[in-house]
Design a protein around this ligand. Sequence first.
Ligand code: SF4
Length: 483
Amino acid sequence: MKITFLIPPVLDGTSYVERCSGCNYGLFFFPLLPVLNIATLLKDEGQEVSILDFPAQGKGINDFQDFIKKDDSDIYCFYTVFLCQETDRRARNMIRNTRKDVRFIFCGPQPTYAPESFLDKNDTFVIRAEPEFSTRDLIVALESKRGLGDVKGLSYLDGTKIMHNPAEPFIPDIDQIPIPDRTLLDHRPYCNPKLRKVPHTAIITSRGCFGRCWFCVPNSLDYARELEYKKIFGRKPPARLHSPQRVIREFTEIARLGFKSVTVIDEEFLWDEKRTLEICAGIEGLNLEWGCLARADKITEKIGKALGDSGCRFIDLGMESADDEVLKAIRKDITFKDTERAVAILKKNKIEVELNVLIGATPKETEETIKKTLKAVKRLRPDYVLFSIANPFPGTDFYYAAKREGWMYYGEYVPTDPSKDAIISYPHLSKQRLEKIIAYAHLTFYFHPHYLFRQILRIRSLSDFKNKIKTTLNFINRNFLRR
Ligand code: SF4
């Protein structure tokens, strides 16, 4: 069978969606690892696969229409998150209007959350939760014209009746998933401006997180997994980690392919000290720049040194707030002191720090707590800050509380850009006020002469310069011009 994985151009009048994280409109392009995983597994099974990332390749609607007319794939597969669901449905409908006898597979968090909203005809199938093995089994079943009843994690239409097969048991040993074949994807458009070298790729070394944060929308792969598990068991699934040996093998393969920088997109890369030290020692000689997300309470002196020695150039810390009462209310299970300590260790080891700051994630947040947070950010002098307004995403505890207590401005979740728009509103902190505060936070941090000067001093190459300029222009366009 010929199977094409599609990331269509934006078809719903919004912006390019960063599908790895799933909850943001993107400022730069990133390889879609979950799709690469499925495509690799299918290729290993002898299927003909391709991945087309229209936005990253700078291709628009006309290119997409031309592609539909010429292409002869049997199956089109979409990895869909909340923010791009309309685009993906429209892309499916455009293909349907031109080509007959093709089939469509939707997977990712949004089809997992609401499979019915994709199943309008018998040509469409939804894979819920972790997509790799279920997609493979579905393709085998379609090829052999077998019944679909045995395909775990599948939702489909049987006549007019929607069928939901039992869930795929959560992959107990994720080392079974093959190392993604990065040659399936043209990596030239991908970058992370926090890393200076290209070509750039991404890696996933674990699934899930042990944290309890009530607002948390983890990366889209973890979120799909979590949504399905919560439906069945009412709680988060246990995390699964790749073994250190497997992580080292994948980093080594990345270096062999000629990549120079890697973003680890796990929710939490620093699990226990032993695993982290083993991985750092194993990748030290590869000459790769890399960066990851981490919880502040996991950064110790020993880990800070090992990270720096192994090529780690940035860490994103989920600080959220400088107020411990706010941190307690959102169940962050860290204190502001943890963040202060982690920032000091990382700076000592010459690792750049991004602080992720979330405002309005609890009614305990006030103008005063936000001021305290903004002052603390200024004092800590991070290299980057990601300011977001808390968005009650469907499926999170925050969402259910917001609905119950009437904090949703529109009464329900609507897709929105958390870097500038609020859909939450408290009696003492309105939607409009939150939006003004976040614009002020962006303006005072990113347009401060100190910040601009530091960024200019850090430019190391022409590609680094180009990536920074492109990201800055996208940032200005998204956060100020399109308001
Ligand atoms: S630590 Fe991070 S990934 Fe884990 S639950 Fe909290 S916000 Fe989510």
